[in-house]
Design a protein around this ligand. Structure first.
Ligand SMILES: NC(=O)C1=CN([C@@H]2O[C@H](COP(=O)(O)OP(=O)(O)OC[C@H]3O[C@@H](n4cnc5c(N)ncnc54)[C@H](O)[C@@H]3O)[C@@H](O)[C@H]2O)C=CC1
Ligand SMILES: O=C(CO)COP(=O)(O)O
Length: 325
């Protein structure tokens, strides 16, 4: 049994802290909010995991030094756009050499970097890994069966982390394709917004299936440009997570798209990582001359620069071509 430290007291940080606890580790969690830390230590997270009670045992604190001291595994589960600043604050306290597992899904908006690139700059003394896959925090917190990928460039590190973090209900597969795992997790959120918007705008289940399938082609093109392995994109962290988040309003990204498609007020909604990632993903595709019209249209819709009706018109009137081109 060794100490696991979790950065982030939201739904995913809490759920991952619980899996680490259930895997037999001592678990500390850093949350920026004192009330959240107190509640998590007592066995609840009313803001981010309402209606879920869980076992006490996580030691949650607002002190980074206290949370990180002596930790052998670090899990970063703050939102993607907050990762750099949180790692910079944590930097003096990060135990040198302890693996840092990135658990957020996104691309840094200001730099276009994948989160492993952010970690390489903000936490260079910690070997970096990524945990991603189809896994709603509520399901994981409730102990429902879930499988994810853990990726690290070194095979032994990925396998060791998978062994340390798996439980009978949380099955971690290991891979060395960290970039593939990151790309799948980041882009599926953008496509989930598009899928939700399709349903919200009343365009139908056939349109939803077409959009997700063709969106997956774009995901694979972008993945290929980054050197991702095709089989990773077909795996849990790619296709698996795309299936999950493009099919149910339990996904906050899908729910965001649903509200967008219905023309509802979008202020004050829960985190939807695809909102921040859409624009930068579209820009990366454009800069690399990758054909990604669905991602581009989603970025424009999310940015208020295109209506859903205009997106449909533009996507449906593209020149006809072979499906595999
Ligand atoms: N909730 C889920 O089902 C899953 C979430 N993820 C990923 O995990 C990441 C975190 O998401 P959630 O925990 O779900 O979000 P959340 O909205 O439930 O919680 C976010 C947490 O981060 C904290 N936070 C936000 N900005 C911060 C900052 N600048 N500094 C410090 N703390 C900050 C908030 O106070 C909150 O505790 C996202 O990238 C998400 O895509 C991945 C798999 C499942
Ligand atoms: O990444 C997730 C499930 O794998 C969670 O999806 P949402 O952030 O869209 O709720």
């Amino acid at each position: 049994m060794s100490k696991v430290a979790v950065l982030g007291g939201g739904s995913w940080g809490t759920a991952l802290a619980l899996t680490a606890l259930r895997a037999g580790h001592d678990v500390a969690l850093w949350a920026r909010d004192a009330a959240a830390a107190q509640a998590i230590s007592a066995g609840g997270n009313p803001r981010y995991l309402p209606d879920i009670g869980f076992e006490a045992g996580i030691v949650a604190t607002t002190e980074l030094g206290e949370a990180l001291a002596g930790a052998k595994i670090l899990l970063a589960s703050v939102p993607a756009q907050a990762l750099r600043s949180v790692l910079e604050s944590a930097s003096p306290h990060l135990p040198a050499g302890a693996p840092l597992v990135l658990c957020a899904k996104g691309i840094e908006r200001d730099t276009g970097k994948l989160l492993s690139g952010v970690a390489a700059e903000a936490a260079p003394r910690n070997p970096c890994a990524t945990l991603s896959g189809p896994s709603f925090a509520t399901d994981v917190a409730r102990g429902m069966p879930t499988a994810v990928s853990i990726a690290a460039r070194q095979d032994e590190l990925a396998a060791e982390l998978a062994a340390q973090l798996s439980t009978p209900a949380f099955r971690c597969y290991s891979t060395t394709d960290q970039i593939g795992v990151e790309i799948g997790g980041a882009l599926k959120n953008v496509l989930a917004i598009a899928a939700g918007a399709t349903i919200g705008a009343g365009l139908g289940a056939s349109a939803q299936a077409a959009l997700v399938t063709r969106g997956f082609v774009e995901l694979r093109r972008i993945g290929a440009a980054f050197g991702a392995r095709p089989e990773t994109l077909m795996g849990l962290s790619g296709l698996g997570d795309l299936m999950l988040t493009c099919s149910t309003a339990q996904s906050r990204n899908f729910a965001y798209g649903l509200a967008l498609g219905r023309g509802e007020d979008l202020s004050g909604r829960p985190l939807a990582e695809g909102v921040a990632t859409a624009g930068i993903a579209a820009r990366i595709a454009e800069e690399k001359s990758i054909e990604a019209p669905i991602i581009a249209a989603t970025a424009m819709i999310v940015g208020g620069r295109m209506s859903i009706a205009e997106a449909v018109e533009s996507l449906m009137s593209r020149p006809l071509k072979a499906e595999t081109d």
